[in-house]
Design a protein around this ligand. Structure first.
Ligand SMILES: [Fe+2]
Length: 138
């Protein structure tokens, strides 16, 4: 009688069949269990080589992380205004403001003068008294 050669759907392990002789199916089951044993061992070996889904690393475990962090600025660091790439203000006097210099394309310290008032209305009460007393006109 021909053996019914049923297989498992995924790994194709031999399956017994009610119409097979038991002596044939015993051999088929031995093959199937041998295949299952080999596959389980392979899976266990693979699992042993995997990290748990949740795990941590120290900085030294990550290649180049320590040197990359060492090259970064501390988050609390500060800059002087002259550290900005578009500012040229190595020294400023009190009362100065930054004015954009179109020639140098830099913000530079500058004093405000009356010539800067080109539009609008000046409230006379806000002008310094001494300027008016020294013959200033308005
Ligand atoms: Fe910075």
């Amino acid at each position: 009688m021909a053996i019914v050669d049923n297989k498992t759907p995924n790994q194709l392990y031999p399956l017994p069949d009610g119409s097979n002789n038991l002596s044939d199916d015993v051999l088929r089951l031995q093959d199937a269990l041998g295949g299952v044993d080999a596959d389980v061992k392979e899976l266990r070996d693979d699992l042993d080589g995997k990290a748990p889904a949740e795990h941590t690393h120290s900085i030294s475990d990550v290649t180049n992380l320590a040197s990359a962090l060492d090259a970064k600025s501390d988050k609390t660091h500060q800059h002087g205004i002259n550290d900005l790439s578009d500012v040229n203000a190595p020294a400023s006097a009190g009362g100065q403001v930054l004015r954009f210099n179109a020639v140098t394309s830099k913000w530079e310290p500058s004093s405000i003068s009356a010539d800067d008032l080109t539009v609008g209305t000046v409230n006379i009460d806000r002008l310094p008294v001494n300027d008016l007393m020294d013959g200033g006109t308005y």
